[in-house]
Design a protein around this ligand. Structure first.
Ligand code: FAD
Length: 412
């Protein structure tokens, strides 16, 4: 007899955990199992490149809920095994140990794995992706023998790791292939600000840098060779060049998708009774003009999880329309982002970046679509309404930091 649950959640990360929490909160009384390939109970991933890497937070403090929480709510945790196949007709999943488990509803919340380099040396000892506790524990274990670190990829994760490792006394070089860091997620003023901050902290930030290979000695990374021949010595190489969504079993089962599994505005895949949420779900997003996108954020994973939980208990569900938000901590800088800036045609600076407290308001056709706020919580809190209501305030007023953003929101 195979084990059988009313709801099976695959992926014990942010989305999976929130789905379990929300199902019980909304009164779901059926049986539930969470299947994860990592051995740990669900934990917060953002600290991995921040306080956990820095040694400022121990693992127990980043658990999303303690073990007792899951026991009390009767959520069966089946950890340490990967789901390798989905069979939509009998409603079953197969784990890497061969066990077949039946589901009534399936919530697929598997995130993704770090994209690897394709050049030689990508799999040497000392070369790390940053996605799991195990990844970061391996890095921490090597810190004692590390003087020089090369970070490949100037996205948020790479920059956060660079900030922590610099504070730990390592000599860090950041290599970004494009002409500025954060190019895919932010406007140029923000990129230039962060490049300057990292340089001021001693990080060697190189843009337009092409990696040729990782050099080795006896199976260990010793440096990064750039196109052109320069070799940067490194005992540790961190690769932060995005993720590949973990959706192969679903696609193999016939679900539509490609870069992620395709879902509709209620997070339903094309397979019956199969939902997908979080980093792996390619969904239509109103804040991206209805385009199908994947969002890699805690907000998105949590909000999609809550929506699916409500749908499963039969509650009133509306199409997914949560305002995207995100944060990043580097040095003493807290960046908070609301909305999606992709496709902006105008960016208004509020305040002076030299004060290390400012915002950038992104507009498309005069409408506010996003804000990046650096050490500027007030703008982040007040600017949210501008994004949600898709308002078109006076540009000069937006540029004047003495005018509170809330005064630009019409009173209902
Ligand atoms: P995950 O949380 O990744 O959970 C997926 C789980 O499923 C993983 O445990 C995975 O191993 C498992 N899995 C995969 N395939 C299978 C399978 N076949 N069978 C069983 N289990 C499987 N977001 C922010 O909003 N702010 C931040 O500051 C921020 N910082 C980040 C820093 C780091 C280092 C990282 C890695 C991410 C950060 N993020 C941040 C992104 C955020 O953590 C993700 O968007 C979020 O974790 C997505 O949740 P998820 O449930 O989709 O995936």
């Amino acid at each position: 007899m195979s084990r059988s649950y009313d709801v099976v959640i695959v992926g014990a990360g942010h989305g999976g955990a929130q789905a379990g929490i929300a199902l019980r909160q909304h009164g779901f009384a059926g049986s539930m199992a969470m299947l994860g390939d990592e051995p740990e109970l669900p934990y917060e991933r953002p600290p991995l490149s921040k306080d956990y890497l820095a040694g400022d937070k121990e693992f127990a403090r980043i658990l999303i809920r303690p073990a007792a929480f899951w026991e009390e709510r009767n959520v069966t945790m089946l950890l340490g095994q990967r789901v390798t196949a989905v069979d939509p007709e009998p409603h079953t999943v197969t784990r890497s140990d061969g066990e077949v488990i039946s589901y009534g509803k399936l919530i697929w919340a598997t995130g993704g794995s770090p994209r690897r380099l394709t050049c030689s040396g990508h799999d040497l000892v000392g070369v790390h992706g940053v996605r799991t506790r195990a990844d970061v524990d391996r890095m921490i274990g090597e810190l004692g023998d590390t003087r020089e670190v090369v970070v490949i990829g100037g996205g948020y994760i790479g920059l956060e790791a660079a900030a922590v490792l610099t504070k730990l006394g390592k000599h860090v070089t950041v290599l970004e292939a494009l002409d500025r860091v954060l190019a895919r997620v932010a406007g140029e003023p923000l990129s230039r600000f962060y490049e300057a901050e990292h340089r001021a902290h001693g990080v060697d930030v190189r843009t337009g840098a092409m990696v040729e290979c990782i050099e080795e000695d006896d199976g260990r990374a010793t440096g990064v060779r750039l196109a052109g021949g320069e070799v940067l010595p490194a005992q540790m190489v961190i690769v932060g060049i995005g993720i590949i969504p973990a959706v192969e079993p679903l696609l193999a089962a016939g679900a539509e998708g490609g870069n992620g599994v395709a879902v509709d505005a209620r997070c339903r895949t094309s397979l019956p009774d199969v939902f997908a949420i979080g980093d792996c779900a390619a969904h239509p997003n109103g804040f991206a003009s209805g385009a199908t996108i994947r969002l890699e954020s805690v907000q998105n994973a949590n909000d999609q999880a809550t929506l699916v939980a409500k749908a499963i208990v039969g509650g009133e569900v509306e199409d997914y329309d949560s305002v995207p938000w995100f944060w990043s901590n580097q040095y003493d800088l807290k960046l908070q982002t609301v909305g999606l800036s992709t496709g902006f045609d105008d960016a208004v600076l509020r305040g002076d970046p030299a004060t290390r407290s400012f915002s950038i308001v992104y507009l498309r056709a005069g409408q506010v679509i996003a804000l990046d706020c650096v050490n500027m919580v007030r703008d982040y809190v007040q600017g949210r309404a501008l994004v949600v209501q898709r308002l078109s305030p006076d540009r000069a007023a937006l540029a004047d930091p003495s005018i509170p953003l809330k005064s630009l929101v019409p009173v209902a």
